[in-house]
Structure formats: structure tokens, C-alpha cells
Design a protein around this ligand. Structure first.
Ligand SMILES: [Mg+2]
Length: 265
């Protein structure tokens, strides 16, 4: 067991950690009371870009959890920052994704269009159809940059695992012969943004996630402490085989907090 007495900040994944779609995992108001009463800084960081920050705040309010906008980061914010760095002059984007992604990416100097497109941006799209896949493929084949919020293969629902952005990317990659640039975890940008906002170092930060190859790998690359929860996409035997092992493997976020706030012998 890793030394956890020096943890001052938490970075929490959302899907599979806080909820499965609209079903909360555990008593969320109580969980956030424990976090605040132990003076832990917190940032929610998700690869899921289908909701905007305002929509996440509203979703949290519906669970009686009240956070500030700066306590949430999603991969669409990281993607916007990447696009501004790579294409500082702005331009037209073709987007496969939900309104949350479209709103975030068009906040600055980019517009949605099907003409003169310099980049195809892909996120979770619950209304994906063949026509969108055709259009994106043709644009990428014509030379548009191919970028994505994340490459999660699946995401958890109360019924089980369903296709994630990674499954959409696999289709476009096969059809276009081009690999996407992906900004979401396990790329380090989301965690770096979160720690910068909280003013903490990796050594004093515990990252909690349900997915080994994204949440845990990304955090380990930066030297953060890690907790894998079994309330999402990963089962115990898979978690136990993972090398390097997460610092904590726990049933859910409540159990992680119990481990963290228990007096150390
Ligand atoms: Mg997750």
C-alpha cells in the first residue's frame, strides 16, 4: 500500500466513478462532504466531451452536488486548447459529436462548416449515422486534420458496455488510412490542466478512475498516485494483473475515501 498521508488533491473521473449514465454510484452528496471536510482539493476530469461544463454542473446539481466550473475539465476543453495552438488563425471544423463538444469548440475562433474544413473533430455522438462517417472520411482523405477528444473503446451504461469514441475512430481510421491525434487520457494534458488549476504537484495528487489504460496509465506517466475503482468498466482480476499496479484498488469511490481518511498506523 502506497503512502497516502500526503494527498492534498483528488482528480476524479466521472463515468464509472460518480455515475453510470443517470444512476449515481453511492451517496454523492456525502462523498463530496467527506472530500471537503478533509480539505482535499478536487477536480472532475473526464474524457467524455458529450456534455459542456455547464451541463455537468447541472447534472451534479441534480444529484445535490454543488461544484464550481473550474472544478471540472473535459476533453473538449483540452481539444480546443490544442486546436488553438496548432491552428492559431482559426477556420472551419467538421464535428462528429454532441452539442457540448460543438459549443466548446466554437467558443473561440472556429466555425462549424462542411466547406474549407481544416480539421475533423470527433467526440461521442449518440446520433452517429453513415452519412456523417462518409463526410468525415472524405474530408480526412482530402487532407483535413483528424483530431479526437478521446479513444475510449466503450463506455459503461446500466445495461453494460456500449461503443465509445474509440469505436467511431476505428471506423474512420480504417476508411481513411489516417490515425487521429487524440488529446484525452492517457495523454497527460487533462491532468496537467487540473493540477495547474489546483496548484498541486503529482506527488500530492490521487487520481481516481475506472479504466486502467486511460485513467491509470495517464496518471502513472505523470507520477500521480492512483486508485482504480471497480464500479465501472474494470473487474478485479483484470485490475490485479495490471503492471505497474495502481496504489489502491477499491470497490468504489466511497471505499477509496475510507482508505484515504483512515488514521495511519
Ligand atoms: Mg470512466
Amino acid at each position: 500500500m502506497a503512502q497516502l498521508t500526503d494527498i492534498h488533491a483528488l482528480i476524479l473521473d466521472m463515468d464509472g466513478v460518480l455515475w453510470r449514465q443517470n444512476q449515481p454510484i453511492g451517496d454523492l452528496p456525502e462523498i463530496f462532504n467527506i472530500i471537503k471536510s478533509n480539505q482535499l482539493k478536487v477536480t472532475l476530469a473526464t474524457n467524455n466531451a458529450s456534455l459542456s461544463i455547464a451541463q455537468y454542473l447541472e447534472k451534479l446539481r441534480n444529484f445535490d452536488v454543488h461544484l464550481k466550473p473550474e472544478e471540472i475539465i473535459n476533453s473538449s476543453q483540452v481539444l480546443l486548447r490544442y486546436l488553438i495552438q496548432r491552428f492559431p488563425e482559426g477556420g472551419n471544423l467538421y464535428i462528429i459529436g454532441e452539442n457540448g463538444l460543438k459549443e466548446t469548440l466554437t467558443q473561440d475562433k472556429f466555425k462549424i462548416s462542411e466547406d474549407n474544413v481544416f480539421a475533423v473533430a470527433v467526440g461521442m455522438d449518440l446520433h452517429l449515422n453513415y452519412e456523417k462517417l462518409c463526410r468525415a472520411t472524405l474530408l480526412i482523405r482530402a487532407g483535413a486534420a483528424f483530431v479526437a477528444t478521446n479513444a475510449d473503446k466503450t463506455f459503461p451504461t446500466p445495461q453494460g458496455l456500449v461503443p465509445g469514441v474509440g469505436a467511431i475512430l476505428a471506423c474512420l481510421e480504417t476508411a481513411s488510412g489516417v490515425s487521429p491525434h487524440v488529446v484525452g487520457k492517457p495523454a497527460p494534458e487533462i491532468y496537467e490542466m487540473a493540477m495547474q488549476r489546483m496548484g498541486v504537484s503529482p506527488q500530492e495528487t490521487l487520481v481516481v478512475g475506472d479504466r486502467l489504460e486511460t485513467d491509470i496509465v495517464g496518471a502513472q506517466k505523470l507520477g500521480c498516485k492512483t486508485a482504480l475503482v471497480l464500479s465501472g468498466v474494470t473487474d478485479l482480476s483484470t485490475a490485479q494483473k495490471w503492471i505497474p499496479a495502481p496504489d489502491i484498488i477499491a470497490k468504489d469511490l466511497s471505499s477509496v475515501l475510507e482508505t484515504l481518511t483512515k488514521p495511519h498506523g
